[in-house]
Design a protein around this ligand. Structure first.
Ligand code: AMP
Length: 415
């Protein structure tokens, strides 16, 4: 099977890395890819949201399956684009259609969906510039900290968590006034959920699902989970507090009603669902939906993706890797605010015990250089999450680029 992975970040590098080990694979392409995917696949210079160019390549390279990594082309309707063209009837496109991509593309849409299907989540109110005073009343009615979210896609940065009521009101006005561009023309205000975060993944064909391993992400830039939110500073899997009892609650209260909702709404969703969860005193709540992938899947991913694309997931099972896994993200100094690009990255070839997924890299002459805020995700296996973390930390000592930053405390809250 010839497979095209769309995207250029760490997620797409990880997906391509897993697909590359499949016996079902013919040729693997990544568009546009990065300096890391070039090592395991053929990079194609096409933008993921240039649908006509993607279609042309699918035709030319006889692609059987397209795996869509980033949320942008999904929200813009790449799945609908291909399903509307009879010539691509046999093409498998892994990802949600435009309607279901709104689960990630619009916080308000996701909240309304959760409310409709009785899925536990924080109390909320959605506000536009016209009803700002209602928003202020909502903020006055809840306890701090105050949670403000831009409704649309803002690269994981459109969420503010503030302790001070006046500041929250001021930021509400700033957001509605264009701080996050059009993503913030609507703002979702939420009750703060006090707990510890984790996430779980499912692969669905829109009717059935298989559960994938859980993980714990570290999203704040600073040590001890402080400072601004990022697209992710690292993660570990499995999660010690994600025991059988918690897993059962997640499946019964969250995963099943979500898949039932997707089915009831007639959504054409064949792909990954990521559930961002908060464990509040042993009870799971949904923070957000997303599309993403984990490292601890032992089963052949291509086989699973094919089953999802052909609506044949019922009865499938996923074998998890019994090892633990951990990822530490190396970022450009200054991120998630302004940062410099084009810094030469050295030492990647010295890393032997970890896999370096490229999240924001490019090739410049003979060099691999930084091209984004999140640069390299150093991922390792271990007998425990702590030994996996140790391996990642020792591997990343080989890698260097100017103004590099990473958190040194991952896993601190799980000991
Ligand atoms: P989101 O983009 O919705 O996942 O929000 C980004 C991060 O903000 C989450 O990973 C949480 O750490 C935090 N967060 C979002 N919503 C809440 C909430 N209602 N209560 C507490 N923390 C939250």
């Amino acid at each position: 099977m010839n497979i095209l992975v769309l995207g250029s970040g760490g997620r797409e590098h990880a997906i391509a890395w897993k697909i590359a080990s499949s016996p079902n694979l013919g040729k693997l392409y990544v568009a546009p890819g990065n300096a890391g995917t070039r090592e395991i696949a053929e990079n194609v210079a096409i933008k993921a949201d240039d649908f006509d160019a993607v279609a042309e390549f699918v035709r030319k390279a006889k692609i059987d399956m397209v795996v869509v990594g980033p949320e942008d082309p999904l929200v813009k309707g790449i799945v609908d684009y291909f399903s509307a063209k009879p010539e691509f009837k046999e093409l498998m496109v892994v990802g949600p259609d435009k309607l279901s991509a709104q689960l990630e593309g619009s916080k308000e849409f996701a909240k309304m969906f959760m409310q409709k299907y009785g899925i536990p989540t924080a109390k909320y109110l959605s506000i536009t510039a016209e009803d700002i005073s209602e928003g202020e009343k909502f903020l006055e009615s809840v306890n701090p900290p105050y949670v403000l979210k831009a409704d649309g896609l803002a690269a994981g940065k459109g969420v503010l968590i503030l302790d001070n009521l006046d500041e929250a009101k001021r930021e509400l006005r700033n957001m509605l006034g264009g701080k996050f561009g059009s993503a913030g023309s609507k703002v979702v205000l939420e009750q703060y959920l006090d707990g510890i975060e984790c996430s779980v993944f499912a692969l669905t064909d829109g009717k059935s699902y298989v559960l994938l391993p859980e993980a714990k992400d570290y999203k704040r830039i600073g040590e001890g989970n402080t400072g601004l939110n990022t697209g992710g500073m690292g993660s570990v899997s499995p999660v010690p507090f994600y025991d059988a009892d918690f897993a059962r609650k997640v499946e019964e209260r969250i995963v099943k009603p979500t898949i039932n909702g997707i089915c009831a709404e007639g959504m054409n969703y064949r792909g990954f669902v990521f559930f961002g969860l908060m464990n509040v005193n042993g009870d799971p709540y949904v923070i957000e939906y997303n599309v993403r992938m984990g490292l601890r899947i032992k089963s052949d991913l291509v086989d699973l993706l094919e089953a999802a694309a052909k609506c044949k997931l019922a009865g499938k099972s996923v074998e998890f890797d019994s090892r633990s896994a951990a990822t530490v993200m190396m970022v450009s100094g200054g991120y998630p605010e302004a940062y410099e690009k084009c810094k030469v990255i050295s030492g990647l070839e010295k890393v032997k015990s970890s896999v370096c997924f490229h999240a924001g890299t490019a090739v410049s002459g003979n060099d691999v250089v930084t091209s984004g805020g999140r640069v390299i995700a150093v991922s390792s296996y271990g007998n425990t999450i702590f030994s996996a973390l140790e391996t990642s930390y020792s591997s990343l000592k080989n890698i260097s680029f100017a103004k590099c930053y990473y958190r040194t405390d991952l896993g601190f809250d799980l000991k």
